[in-house]
Design a protein around this ligand. Structure first.
Ligand code: V47
Ligand code: SF4
Length: 398
């Protein structure tokens, strides 16, 4: 197990290396002294920071914040529809309304049936996210949320990207604040971080020109925070953007977090290039992915958590990220999302039992701790012994 002392030794060795670039040395000193990095320093890290350097520094920060704890949660997804009015070029999942017979549209009863499947399982969260269907509107989703809450009041509802909400609120002719209040009153408790992509218009106009812009995405999260909800933030990286676009994106999130404190987690999402209009854009390497996580940990100093979404990265890379700043792995999921499998991710049927997820974290030398959506700790699994059956998954206990 890598201890904090080991990490400090590695870091000291790197800092004493006579050939270390002066700018990188200054950045490392700032990180060690808990000083905030500037956007120019963020760009320097991307341009000059080798994996060993950014990784050791990010691991140092991760252990200063969380020690060896690595959070996971027990959740499942509901994807109400993949019919979507928008035309994001990276999306492998959506179908236009005119082609809706190729996609799916779930009724409220069908979605409640999904919730009921988990009645005797210790899941704590349902994550609801999907395409933007022109006929599934705010009242429909308020009814869905109320019915889920009536059926299982203790299940935390995390739902809807800012893209879905922007469309719903405009259709309902409500302000962002009014719409958000309505959803909170119906039982929505937090929001996932999707739809952020890259905020800068130079990139956004190329990859997803017709959905809410960066300012609009941030305004919806601000309104959610003002309603007392926590939200997450993502960044879709590794396609046509340049390093400075990534830093610009992280900077805007960092500024909103200074203002509201409402973000829980930052989730870098690796672009996958199958079955979409960006198949000619090569995917990033694992080295570049790990550098991305590490630099995110260093730059996003006011975000308490950095999450790797294992269905998209694959289990081995997700395990590696735990040494590069990541302290949270999402989640047991139970094969209930298609967003990544349709884009060519390693995990075609994403599902892990609690035992498998806890073991994956332990094998990386960390302490698996189950959390709820807002990071209350539920159980430390470090010393829990699992049966072979639980580990092999022949009897799946979510
Ligand atoms: O916004 C779509 C991404 C996001 C591709 O908040 C793609 O806890 C890569 O945001 N390659 C939706 N990424 C999923 C999401 C999410 C997932 C897990 C947890 C949380 C959370 C949020 O998926 C979209 C988009 O950025 N996406 N297509 C693709 N081809
Ligand atoms: Fe629609 Fe979301 Fe796909 Fe864009 S990424 S086309 S908004 S489902």
């Amino acid at each position: 197990m890598m201890t904090t002392i080991d990490t400090q030794l590695t870091l000291e060795a790197i800092l004493q290396e006579p050939t270390l670039d002066k700018e990188l040395k200054r950045i490392a000193d700032k990180v060690i002294n808990k000083e905030r990095l500037t956007p120019a320093e963020g760009i320097t890290l991307f341009e000059k920071g080798e994996l060993g350097f950014v990784g050791s520094l990010a691991n140092f920060v991760r252990e200063r914040m969380h020690g060896d704890k690595t959070y996971f949660n027990r959740n499942f997804h509901i994807e109400p529809t993949n019919v979507c009015v928008f035309t994001c070029k990276f999306c492998s999942y959506s179908r236009l309304y005119k082609n809706r017979e190729d996609g799916w549209e779930l009724s409220i009863d069908e979605m409640l049936d999904i919730v009921k499947k988990y009645d005797h399982q210790p899941v704590t969260e349902v994550h609801i996210v999907g395409g933007v269907h022109p006929k599934m509107q705010l009242d429909f989703f308020c009814e869905l949320i109320q019915k889920i809450k009536a059926h299982r009041p203790g299940l935390h509802i995390k739902g809807f990207t800012a893209v879905e909400l922007d469309y719903m609120f405009r259709k309902a002719k409500l302000t962002t604040e009014e719409g958000m209040r309505k959803l909170r009153e119906a039982g929505l408790q937090s929001m996932p971080g999707g739809g952020a992509e890259i905020f800068h218009p130079d990139v956004r106009n190329q990859i997803c020109h017709d959905k809410v812009d960066g300012e609009g995405w941030l305004a919806i999260h601000r309104a959610a925070h003002n309603e007392g909800m926590h939200t997450n933030a993502t960044m879709l990286y590794g396609h046509v953007e340049e390093y400075w676009h990534r830093v610009d994106h992280m900077e805007k999130l960092r500024q909103l977090q200074d203002e509201t404190g409402g973000f829980n987690t930052f989730i870098p999402l690796k672009f996958r290039n199958k079955e979409n209009d960006m198949e000619d854009v090569p995917e990033s390497s694992i080295i570049e992915d790990l550098r991305m996580y590490a630099i995110a940990r260093l730059y996003m100093d006011n975000f308490p958590h950095l999450k790797a979404y294992w269905p998209m990265l694959g289990r081995s890379t997700a395990q590696l990220t735990l040494a590069f700043g990541v302290n949270d792995l999402d989640g047991t999921i139970d094969d209930t999302t298609k967003i990544y499998s349709m884009a060519g991710a390693e995990e075609q049927t994403p599902s892990m039992s609690t035992a498998q997820l806890a073991l994956l974290i332990k094998q990386a030398g960390r302490r698996p701790v189950e959390r709820d959506t807002v990071y209350n700790e539920i159980q430390d699994f470090t010393d829990v012994q699992f049966t072979d059956e639980e580990i092999l998954g022949s009897t799946k206990k979510n």
